[in-house]
Design a protein around this ligand. Sequence first.
Ligand SMILES: Nc1ncnc2c1ncn2[C@@H]1O[C@H](COP(=O)(O)OP(=O)(O)O)[C@@H](O)[C@H]1O
Ligand SMILES: [Mg+2]
Length: 278
Amino acid sequence: MVQTEPVLEVNGLKVQANTPDGIVSLVRGINFEMHAGKVLGLVGESGSGKTVTSLALLRLLDRKRILVEGSIRLMGTELTGLKLSTMQSVRGKDIGLIMQNPMNAFSPVATIGSQFVETIRTHARMTRNEAAELAIAAMEDVRLPNAAELMRRYPFQLSGGMLQRVMIAICMCLKPAVIIADEPTTALDAANQLQVLRQLDRLRENNGTAVLLISHDLSVIAELADDVIVMQRGQIVERSDVYQLFDHPQHAYTKQLLQARPTLKAREPESLKEYARA
Ligand SMILES: Nc1ncnc2c1ncn2[C@@H]1O[C@H](COP(=O)(O)OP(=O)(O)O)[C@@H](O)[C@H]1O
Ligand SMILES: [Mg+2]
């Protein structure tokens, strides 16, 4: 089989923070590749450096205190040297971010509709009305009820699961080549978790998006990921395809992770798949 060019290539990514106690290494030289239409799972216990990695990719870490080194190539273009203004246009348009706490992604003082429309218009030449029509269609597409009405609501009036789906709808409009979903379902109840995973997967399928799915929850990874990297204390300690990882974990830490997963037995991956198809 011909291996396609990676959409995102990360080489020797290091993140160090300047703290009152001195310099602390948060990410210690990691390498990975992402491919179109594929989901790369990133697992690891809390504090292992998953979020710092995703923020480093988007250059969202505080530049005064945090040093990022290494190469991040998006479709052949090196991102690390780009001007901040260019990087701002990469965010959202080329690399979309879906965060754990969707409330943080929105301003509390503007309506969903105005934020959605502004986001579209930052990246695409469109009138307000055109952008609003696109937004409503995308919200309907992710099965948000009364989309036109939701446009007039404020973020606090929507549930976490609904806001998460609004973020997915924004990604549907901007069609970034890469989506980073950092614990996208962690703050949601079980029914909403499945809805959001299902919409994320549909987005990947329709647009050929490369997805970095970050989770401490192995049942989420089992559900969607093709390949998995396992992180521990800022390093990648194991990488393999998802079946291999679950059937034959190599690293002692991965075995531990697999043993410490009470939710997986309660919710078999097969039944999640069934639900997602329904
Ligand atoms: N801005 C920061 N400055 C210093 N240390 C940080 C900062 N952000 C995160 N950390 C530390 O980096 C480590 C990795 O954090 P994080 O990437 O959030 O973990 P994960 O997402 O895997 O739970 C943790 O020890 C955390 O305390
Ligand atoms: Mg995190």
